[in-house]
Structure formats: C-alpha cells, structure tokens
Design a protein around this ligand. Structure first.
Ligand code: SF4
Length: 406
C-alpha cells in the first residue's frame, strides 16, 4: 500500500503538542465527538468504502478544532456482537500507528490530532486515513471480512448521531451490572496503553471496568477470543489475599510480569498503598482531599479548577504514566456504579466533591441520602469551603458514620 506517511508501531506513544498541531478533532474544546463500531450483515457493508460527510482535513483552517464521528461497519462470519467494543478500542492503537496522527481516549471522549509535518507530507484527507485503518484492521484481524468507515465532520450531523452512540455504550455497560468477581474464574488484563504508559496494566473484573471505560469484563473475554495473542489476556485470579482491598496472588504475579517488575502488588478496590496503575486514557480521577480526609472525582471534560485548586489536566499529569499513585487514581466513570467502588476506603460514602454534570449523570448510582451531601463546583470552590459544607449538610464521612470494612 502506498500512503503519504509511514505506518507502524514505532509511532505509538508519539504525541502531537499544540504548537505542532495542524488540526484537532474532539478533545475538550468540542462537545460532540465519538467513535463506534457496529457489526452488520455482509450485504449491509460495502467493503473498503471510505466516506467523508462534511468538510475534509484539507478544507480546515490550521489550528482549528472540529467535531468528529467515526463510524466503522464490519461483517464476518466469525464476528460476534460482543466483539464490537474490542474492535472499536483497536482504533486507539491503529490511529497511533500512523505517523503524526495522535489518538487519545475512547467512545464519546475521543481526541485526535494531526501534526503539521504529516499534513505537509500529503496526509490531508480522511479518505487516506480510512484506507490506512482498513488496511490495518484487515491485516491484523482476519475475522473481519468486510469493513467500511465513515468520517462525519458536519457538526449538526455529529450532534444528531451522538445520542444513538450513547445508547449503545449504555447498553454495553448495562449488560455487566449484577455480575460479581466471585462469579467468574478469570479476570482480564490489558496492556494496550503501554506505548504511553510502559508499566501500566489494566485489570478488568466484573466489578472493575477498565480505566478508559471502553473495556468491561465481557469485552475482555471477547477480545481474548478474537485475538488470543493480542494486548488483552486472561488473568488467573489465584488465591484471594484480601477481599476488601481486592488483592489476589494471580493478579500480583501478572502485574509484576507486565510492569516489568516495577509493581508486584495491586489492590483493585483501594486508592492507598498499592492502588491500580493509571495510564493516560482514564475517563476520570479519584483524588484525595487531605483537608477533609475524603475524596473528589473529576472527569476529563471538566475544564475549571477542582475543589483542591487543580484542573483535571494538571492532575492527570501526576496520575498518569503507568504508576501507582496513592490517593490519585485514574478510573472509568462507570466504576461509580460498582458495588466495589474503592470499598476499602469507604466507597461512595467517602466522596465529598464531584462536578455537577457527573453528579447528575450518575444520580441513580448515588445513595439517595448521600446525593445532596456531595458538593459540586456550584457549592464550594476550596477545600476549606468544602469542610464547612460537609459540616453544614452532615456528610456521613465527617459525622463518622462510615465504617471502613475490615
Ligand atoms: S485504559 Fe486499560 S483497558 Fe483501556 S485500552 Fe488502555 S490499557 Fe486497555
């Protein structure tokens, strides 16, 4: 295949800084953006078709930010519905194989940048990017017999399509609710983000969705079936060492191997001592607030300073890179729904602050008697104000009503 830029795993881990950027898609300046893979019947997919709806890259002003929907349709006899999220997550890897093309995050959080150098080399159309992606998908995943890609940059069309994509993500997450860690024999691990975070290894259990929010336990199982030698693999649980913190012998062994000996213990359900590692794709951060000895949660789209005066992006710099950072943990937003959400530290009842948008979005997951006691950016601006707020509303953590499990 003849393309204007080079392609290969050597470009994974390469970032595109603002000054080097020709254009960007999604990211914090753009509200409507997403990527979605859909399994269809063979007669519904026109193999290798790439369509662009809206302005193409070459028509865009240098330095500008745009909405984007990437719709990938696939067909294949051996493909299963369960494999959609896994194939979707491969977008992260394959986009980052393209020289000067940088992909971050997932689902409706995507953030893509094209650098000036690759644009000048001639990578100025989504047609070519689509052709490259089809080449990579069909070269690596033989079960894909037919594939087509549509890039939508028309802002109205992206906004119109987004609600349907959100419904699909919700249905995928819903499927898992109710399944427990004790119900399964194996967990799954993912090292897809090691190109950016070399010591990171996501551990995915029925009660712990991956940091990016894009891979749940069912997706891990489907991914392993789809590509047994790929970045997602089975993790034997081994002996349960600590049911509260979520420590297992098998898990410790795998994390030690995959982090190249950097870490040999991991707690799935605690932010202290040996917390889970954080790459850079996490949807949100759970952060410790020393003044109140409680936690806050901030998500990627929250642009202002949090209650501790730091923005998401500053905190992400400290949290990411594949390290275990006590009191600062990358997480998927769906984890808020998990009964094991940081259970060793007090769980949701120790959360004192979160952005209003997240509080409203996860209202059904927050206990009714706690909901009004969690402050948002509209209630307080500083940790001191938060302490006063917690006193005033009678937050259960400050009243000593939360017993830590032992
Ligand atoms: S965040 Fe975790 S699960 Fe998601 S792609 Fe990265 S390593 Fe894999």
């Amino acid at each position: 295949m003849d393309f204007h830029v080079d392609i290969g795993p050597q470009y994974e881990g390469e970032t595109v800084r603002k000054d080097d950027m020709h254009v960007e898609f999604g990211g914090p300046k753009v509200s409507a953006k997403f990527e979605l893979v859909t399994l269809k019947s063979p007669d519904e997919v026109e193999h290798e078709k790439v369509e662009v709806i809206g302005p193409d890259i070459k028509d865009m002003e240098e330095g500008s930010s745009h909405p984007l929907a990437i719709l990938i349709d696939i067909a294949g006899e051996e493909l299963e519905k369960d494999m959609e999220p896994v194939i979707e997550r491969r977008m992260h890897m394959y986009c980052n194989y393209i020289e000067g093309f940088y992909h971050m995050n997932q689902r409706n959080d995507i953030w893509i940048r094209l650098n000036k150098s690759s644009f000048k080399k001639g990578l100025d159309s989504f047609k070519e990017i689509g052709e490259i992606l089809i080449f990579l998908y069909t070269s690596e995943l033989y079960v894909i017999e037919k594939i087509s890609i549509t890039f939508v940059t028309d802002p109205d069309k992206v906004s119109e399509l987004l609600p349907e994509a959100l419904k699909v993500y919700e249905a995928r997450d819903e499927r898992l609710r109710g399944l427990k860690e004790d119900d399964v024999d194996v967990f799954y691990g993912c090292v897809l983000c090691q190109s950016f975070a070399p010591t990171h290894c996501c551990v995915i259990t029925p009660e712990r969705i991956a940091n990016c929010g894009a891979i749940n336990w069912f997706d891990g199982r489907a991914a392993h079936k789809l590509d047994p030698e790929g970045p997602i693999f089975e993790v034997e649980k081994g002996e349960l060492i600590d049911p509260v913190r979520g420590e297992y012998t098998g898990l410790n062994q795998v994390v030690a191997e995959r982090s190249l000996g950097t870490y040999d213990r991991v707690y799935l359900h605690s932010a202290f001592e040996h917390p889970h590692t954080s790459c850079g794709c996490f949807q949100a951060i759970l952060f410790y607030i020393p003044e109140v000895d409680a936690f806050g949660i901030v998500h990627r789209d929250f642009v202002g300073p949090t209650v501790i005066g730091e923005t998401f992006s500053r905190m992400a710099g400290v949290t990411s890179g594949g390290r275990q950072v006590e009191g600062s943990c990358g997480m998927a937003l769906e984890l808020i729904r998990s009964p094991k959400f940081f259970q060793a530290d007090g769980g949701l009842r120790r959360v004192a602050w979160m952005p209003k948008e997240i509080k409203e979005r996860y209202k059904d997951a927050i206990p009714e008697d706690l909901y009004d006691k969690i402050a948002t950016e509209e209630d307080v601006s500083t940790a001191d104000e938060l302490a006063a707020y917690m006193e005033k509303v009678g937050h259960p953590w400050i009243l000593g009503e939360v017993e830590l499990p032992t």
